[in-house]
Design a protein around this ligand. Structure first.
Ligand SMILES: Cc1cc2nc3c(=O)[nH]c(=O)nc-3n(C[C@H](O)[C@H](O)[C@H](O)COP(=O)(O)OP(=O)(O)OC[C@H]3O[C@@H](n4cnc5c(N)ncnc54)[C@H](O)[C@@H]3O)c2cc1C
Length: 427
């Protein structure tokens, strides 16, 4: 039986797979994208109902298509819903005629023995590929720390399973994690009238907008999306900001004034009591310091470039510390506090169990340089900090995909030379 052969197989049909397809086409590389579900599936079925893009429509997109090209009603400063983001990515895949097969899962990729390329097992049968790009995302497998035993009466879920407050049993909710997911979910549940605790770790807290420019613009002009290396110790520092209701900053003191109870990092649980690190004040102070430093840099940028934008001194206002910050709770009896649900907004890990390649470190993380792995023919795309801070975001992955496509095209030229010379010598 003849087996289907392709040059480059892209695994995953999210934004990374689509961007990869665009650049492979531009570089003349024949390829196929396999997606186990639907295009941009995670935006449709692994996110909560009210999620909107964290960046405005003019920013969180690929260069080749504006959101308003897909939906005329979209203004540049609008924050698109998760469904609209998915629809945009579908429209993009159609626009570039991405060779995409949906509903096909890649089960195993293994190097051929004694010849180039890989044997690929899929849910639709085997195929062979010279190159494989793992575009399966930075946010693959939900991480729930092993802290609260599963056999308590408390409902525990990861943020990927949260949909809306109506889904939760009566009672108080604890949200663990102070990135955009945790803070937005906590804010929504609080607004629904519940008592909510929010466990806060290290975070960056940019202003939603400053001096009439969105923070996405500021991080762009200040070169921060393009920052190439993570600072040691700040690899997992998340950004707390919201695009909900036209977008707003996350101010933990403002949320506490509305009734949110802030606690430090969740550490352990014993005898129905959950303990928090004594780092709440420090985490909040670091978030404030990040905000102030960004405002300083923004002011300096405007002065240096002679740009005039309306001044906004009130952006520096720090509200009074709430009780929960002045006297932090270090231990909480879950039953007495009436906690019925814990939502873990604690991030993700990768899952490359299908990829049998010698390019992972002892923690299963890809060993690579800007997505080019240590094993020839294997590439990664969409990783956090793959080449820069923006790498896992919609616009950032597009630039990383271009680099990988160029690297694949370069390797193809070397192989072409070899094959041509070999053919000549055997003539
Ligand atoms: C809550 C949340 C909010 C976010 N908001 C924003 C935002 O506002 N703006 C922004 O720019 N970024 C945002 N991001 C970051 C990023 O844009 C998204 O996570 C995005 O989904 C990543 O796209 P991706 O293509 O890299 O990965 P994914 O979207 O995860 O796509 C990977 C695809 O691979 C498929 N797949 C996996 N394994 C296989 C296999 N073995 N065979 C075949 N197919 C497979 C999956 O089904 C999936 O569709 C957000 C992330 C999260 C978690």
């Amino acid at each position: 039986m003849s087996i289907e052969k392709i040059d480059t197989l892209v695994v995953g049909g999210g934004q990374a797979g689509i961007a990869m397809s665009e650049h492979l086409t531009a570089n003349g590389v024949p390829h196929l994208v396999l997606e186990r579900h639907r295009i941009a599936e995670r935006w449709r079925s692994e996110r909560w109902d009210s999620l909107v893009a964290n960046g405005p429509a003019w920013h969180d997109r690929f260069p080749g298509l504006a959101f308003s090209d897909v939906d005329k009603e979209t203004g540049p400063d609008d924050f698109r819903s998760k469904e609209q983001v998915a629809d945009y990515l579908v429209a993009y895949a159609e626009k570039i005629a991405a060779p995409m097969r949906c509903g096909v899962e890649v089960l195993k990729v293994e190097r051929n023995v004694g010849r180039r390329g890989f044997r690929v097992e899929t849910s639709a049968g085997p195929l062979e590929a010279i190159n494989v790009v793992a575009a399966t995302g930075a946010f693959q497998r939900p991480v729930v720390p092993d802290i609260v035993p599963a056999d308590t009466a408390i409902l525990q879920m990861h943020s990927t399973a949260y949909r809306n407050p109506g889904q939760l049993p009566e009672g108080t909710v604890m949200v663990v994690g102070s990135g955009s997911s945790g803070t937005q979910i906590a804010e929504e549940i609080l607004a629904s009238g519940r008592q909510v605790y929010l466990s806060i770790g290290p975070h960056d807290r940019p202003p939603r907008a400053y001096r009439a420019r969105d923070y996405c613009w500021w991080l762009g002009v200040l070169g921060k999306w393009d920052a190439a290396a993570r600072e040691v110790g700040r690899e997992h520092v998340t950004i707390a900001v919201s695009g909900v209701d036209g977008g707003h900053s996350i101010d933990f003191r403002r949320l506490a004034a509305k009734g949110l109870i802030l606690v430090g990092r969740t550490q352990s649980c014993a005898n129905d009591a959950i303990s928090f690190a004594g780092d709440l004040a420090q985490n909040i102070a670091n978030g404030d310091a990040y905000l102030r430093a960004l405002l300083d840099e923004a002011d300096a940028y405007l002065a240096r470039n002679g740009l005039e934008l309306p001044e906004e001194p009130e952006a520096r206002t720090i509200l009074p510390d709430p009780d929960c910050l002045r006297s932090p709770i270090l231990s909480l009896d879950l039953k007495k506090a009436g906690i019925a649900t814990i939502i873990w907004a604690t991030g993700f890990t990768s899952d490359y169990s299908w990829l049998k390649a010698d390019t992972f470190d002892e923690k299963g993380r890809p060993r690579h340089q800007r997505g080019v792995s240590e094993e020839q023919g294997i590439y990664f795309l969409g990783l956090s900090w793959q080449s820069r801070r923006g790498s896992s975001f919609i616009w950032g992955v597009w630039h990383d995909a271009r680099h990988i496509a160029e690297q694949i095209a370069i390797q193809r030229k070397y192989i072409e030379y070899h094959d041509n010379m070999s053919a000549k010598s055997t003539r």
